[in-house]
Design a protein around this ligand. Sequence first.
Ligand SMILES: NC(=O)c1ccc[n+]([C@@H]2O[C@H](COP(=O)([O-])OP(=O)(O)OC[C@H]3O[C@@H](n4cnc5c(N)ncnc54)[C@H](OP(=O)(O)O)[C@@H]3O)[C@@H](O)[C@H]2O)c1
Length: 267
Amino acid sequence: MIYDILINMKDLENKKRIAILTGATGGLGYAFIKELVKEHLDEIWAVGRNKERFELLIKEFGDIIVPVCKDLTNREELASIVKILEEQKPQIDYLINNAGLAQMKASREFSVLEIERTIDLNCKVPAVLINYCLPYMDSGSKIINICSASAFQPVPYINLYASTKAFERSYSRALNVELKPLGISVTAVCPSWIDTDMLTKEINGKKVKFSGIVSPQRVAEKAMKDAKKGRDMSVCSFFVKCQHINVKFLPQKSTMKIWMKSIKKYL
Ligand SMILES: NC(=O)c1ccc[n+]([C@@H]2O[C@H](COP(=O)([O-])OP(=O)(O)OC[C@H]3O[C@@H](n4cnc5c(N)ncnc54)[C@H](OP(=O)(O)O)[C@@H]3O)[C@@H](O)[C@H]2O)c1
């Protein structure tokens, strides 16, 4: 009995402690890496496709960055992650589902491929990755899913994106309840506009004004703090907190009217 316990402890000692971060090559991903390097992990598995960005990340942060170059919307490439996990058997302290795809345009303008890719990356991939990773997570491990404040209500002209984020938020919060007995928390991060390359800076020759825009660092810092407290939602700014309260009390028809007024000049 004691021998078994000692063997198990030895096993734990030998396991690499890692974080898996998708969207590591993007704006918010970079801010999360800056937070994760403070966590005394052995490795940060940085998932993305942009090889040049990986080289820059390794140059800046060193060998702690392990590039996992995958197109997550490709079924085989996504499935190959489970093989790496089976080979390496790490201890996953953090899984951060951050990769996302957004396009601001009328729903009728989306091709079938664009619809499939957006739903795959924003909905299917986080759900699949979580199930791949759970066997390597323990009590105290944290899952952080990057949703969006657009998940709070229907949003015309960002409809596809906002609807995928509503799925992700709902999935995260219910999963948090399911995983509580295992001591694993799931935090749905719901920021408004973040200053990254994802944002369309100009529409029809007009510079877009993003009310309440925040830095990626602010979102990542707050998300890590909330995840450590085991919170199921992370809302980073006063602007989004007000938005969240508004959508609780106003009918969705009214919140959509307010939104449509604010984007009228770009249509
Ligand atoms: N920016 C905002 O205003 C805002 C607001 C609320 C929520 N968010 C959410 O924040 C998260 C991060 O976005 P961001 O602002 O940092 O955007 P970003 O800079 O455009 O980063 C997007 C990331 O997703 C990865 N990605 C895209 N397609 C992929 C694919 N097929 N396979 C693997 N990785 C893929 C990209 O990596 P590669 O290009 O290397 O593949 C990149 O690292 C997203 O989930 C987004 O929805 C953003």
